[in-house]
Design a protein around this ligand. Structure first.
Ligand SMILES: [Zn+2]
Ligand SMILES: [Zn+2]
Length: 136
């Protein structure tokens, strides 16, 4: 019973998409604008940059909660100019700065609410574990 609950929680937490694979660094390796592991990639970039816009310093995620800046991962060398998707070419910017950089509205943002969702699942998992421990 204990193991079953544990497995279920882990599965829920990691269902959000494939892990980062270096084979998707190369934009020629897949169809379309974003690599299949884009969600994992941008999250890794936000985490590395402390959920902070590297242009204006506004914050999101664990620091600013649901009301923080909407974050985007921006290609420093654009894919159209030979840039790749590896993390060294990606930088955290807020939506406002990103729109300014490109001169047009940009998409696929990250809000603190996403982070809060993961935290809610972790809290629930902890609660279930405590209940199971008491029952067994
Ligand atoms: Zn900014
Ligand atoms: Zn960009």
């Amino acid at each position: 019973m204990y193991e079953y609950v544990e497995t279920w929680c882990v599965e829920v937490m990691f269902r959000s998409g494939p892990k980062i694979s270096t084979r998707w660094d190369d934009p020629d390796a897949y169809e379309g604008q974003y690599p299949p592991d884009w969600d994992a990639r941008r999250r890794a970039v936000y985490q590395r940059d402390n959920y902070t816009c590297q242009q204006c310093g506004r914050r999101s995620g664990p620091h600013a909660g649901a009301n923080g800046a909407v974050l985007h991962a921006h290609h420093q060398t654009p894919l159209s100019q030979g840039g790749w998707n590896h993390l060294g070419n990606l930088v955290t910017v807020c939506q406002r700065c990103h729109d300014q950089t490109h001169g047009h509205p940009t998409g696929r943002g990250y809000t603190g609410r996403e982070y809060n969702g993961v935290r809610a699942i972790q809290t629930a998992a902890k609660l279930i574990r405590r209940i199971v421990r008491r029952l067994s």
